[in-house]
Design a protein around this ligand. Structure first.
Ligand code: CMP
Length: 139
């Protein structure tokens, strides 16, 4: 399996509770490396563009309101099978269904405030890593 990049976002509820280090520790423990990391206050238009595929969903307004509430930390992760590994570490979107030991089981409050986002495919990871990082910033 080739090494891949994937995007993780530690959402406002995670950054507000100072969970960045604890979450990065979970990634690193599974062999993923931080290739790039930055703290960003998302503008509403930027959050709407990032989540554009959900624009027609009933929860879109709530999702955008939440994502612009306070800063997020965006992380380009790198490693073997990084896309699937990151999703396994995050756990199910709904924390009530997330497996023991996953980020969402440990920290998430609800399906809306679910602490982390992760790219769900190779196509999404390419778009999402490129959304926040220039190639020269992946180290
Ligand atoms: P994420 O992986 O960031 O991708 C889209 C997000 O939409 C998802 O995590 C959830 O936080 C959010 N989401 C999905 N379903 C719902 C819902 N029913 N109500 C509120 N937010 C949702």
């Amino acid at each position: 399996m080739a090494k891949e990049y994937t995007l993780s976002i530690i959402k406002p509820d995670g950054v507000e509770r100072n969970l960045v280090g604890k979450i990065v520790t979970l990634f690193e423990a599974q062999g993923l490396s931080v290739a790039g990391i930055k703290k960003v206050q998302l503008a509403r238009k930027v959050a709407e563009e990032f989540y554009g595929e959900h624009r027609e969903r009933s929860f879109f307004g709530e999702l955008v309101d939440f994502m612009v509430r306070s800063p997020v930390v965006v992380i380009a992760l790198h490693g073997e099978n990084a896309i699937q590994k990151n999703r396994d570490i995050m756990g199910a979107t709904n924390p009530a269904q997330a497996a023991e030991g996953t980020v969402r089981k440990l920290f998430a409050k609800s399906i809306g405030e679910n602490t982390v986002h992760g790219s769900d495919s190779a196509k999404a990871s390419e778009r999402e890593v490129g959304f926040f990082f220039a190639a020269s910033e992946l180290l």
